[in-house]
Design a protein around this ligand. Structure first.
Ligand code: SF4
Length: 335
């Protein structure tokens, strides 16, 4: 596939598109011509963790299909309220290694900043669905404390902006942060963890790309895409824009029952990502957060899938099967 950097030219700005996101489960089901009975018993689930999904993402769902793999990622259902042993509110115990609000320093050489308090989409399996963002969001105006921490620790080479989704910040805010980070000599790399280039690709503006292109820092964009149906033409254009700006593009997925738990789906996802310039990087086993047990696959099931996938794809298209374990300094390889 030939990558093109032609601009998306939406008639609305990305902020307007974001504002028009669907937050009412009934509206979502009406658009998809699905029965409202799918929501039976689910009200407490969406009251606790709201539905949020951009209309452009909904447009990639199949009308009339209650098992659509994109729909299942966002639709609140009653099963989320079931209690399962081993599932918790903070499966990665992120409340612990938190020297200052909004800054997680779990790994050697890297720090992670929770840059905003929300996302453009609410994924039902999210391990941070109960995360106290309000207490852990430094806010754009309070980043100085985090920057001071980074400046004082010369082992920190990479800064990761993560979820809430950092691309909800404006181009001007990100440019300002980039400039302040560039002033810290030992920092070499800025990494984004963002689902926005997939769910709201119009956010990848030429100003944003130019800021990254002209920075002395290496830029890495780690996307989050779980199914090939998420990668439409607009996503391909956004990837081409980032690639043109010299951004390294990687993807991490979560292995989810009913969504991508078969070898053909995973193979198609890797091939589609590669076609738009993105390398599959990680396939995460589910973090056991309350409300997500219906997406869970055992390690044995995950390993069996990876063996099949490895037999079908060249090595560079096979993501690493990993999990995060509280207290561990690195992700743990499952296979
Ligand atoms: S975009 Fe990422 S952080 Fe936000 S809800 Fe989805 S999985 Fe969670």
């Amino acid at each position: 596939m030939v990558l093109t950097t032609k601009s998306l030219k939406p008639s609305l700005s990305w902020g307007q598109l974001l504002q028009q996101s669907i937050t009412d489960p009934v509206e979502l089901l009406r658009i998809l011509q699905l029965p409202l009975s799918l929501l039976e018993g689910a009200e407490a689930a969406w009251q606790g963790f709201k539905l949020r999904v951009p209309r452009g993402f909904v447009a990639r769902m199949e009308v009339g299909n209650p098992a659509d793999p994109l729909l299942l990622q966002v639709l609140p259902i009653a099963k989320e309220l079931d209690i399962h042993p081993g599932f918790s509110y903070d499966p990665l115990e992120e409340a612990l290694p938190n020297p200052i609000p909004g800054l997680l320093h779990k790994y050697h050489g890297r720090v992670l900043l929770t840059a905003t308090a929300s996302c453009a989409i609410n994924c039902r399996y999210c391990f941070r669905r109960h995360f106290p963002y309000k207490e852990n969001n430094p806010g754009f105006n309070q980043w100085q404390q985090a920057l001071d921490y980074i400046r004082a620790d010369h082992s920190i080479k990479e800064v990761i902006l993560s979820g809430g989704d950092p691309l909800l910040l404006s181009d001007a805010q990100l440019a300002n942060f980039l400039q302040r980070l560039e002033a810290i000599p030992h920092v070499t790399t800025l990494r984004f963890h963002s689902r926005i280039p997939v769910v709201l690709p119009e956010r990848i503006t030429s100003d944003f790309a130019k800021n990254l292109q002209h920075s002395r820092l290496h830029s890495v964009m780690v996307l989050h895409c779980n199914h090939a149906n998420e990668c439409d033409e607009n996503v391909a254009v956004a990837m081409a824009t980032l690639k043109h700006a010299g951004v390294t593009l990687l993807n991490q997925s979560v292995l989810l029952k009913g969504i991508n738990d078969d070898v053909n789906t995973l193979q198609t996802l890797s091939e589609r990502l590669f076609a738009i310039g993105v390398l599959p990087y990680y396939l995460h086993v589910l973090d056991k957060v309350h409300g997500s047990a219906h997406f869970y696959l055992s390690d044995a099931e995950a390993i069996a899938l990876m063996k099949q996938l490895t037999a079908k794809l060249p090595g560079y298209l096979v993501p690493k099967l990993v999990r995060e374990t509280p207290g561990e300094l690195n992700k743990t390889m499952v296979i």
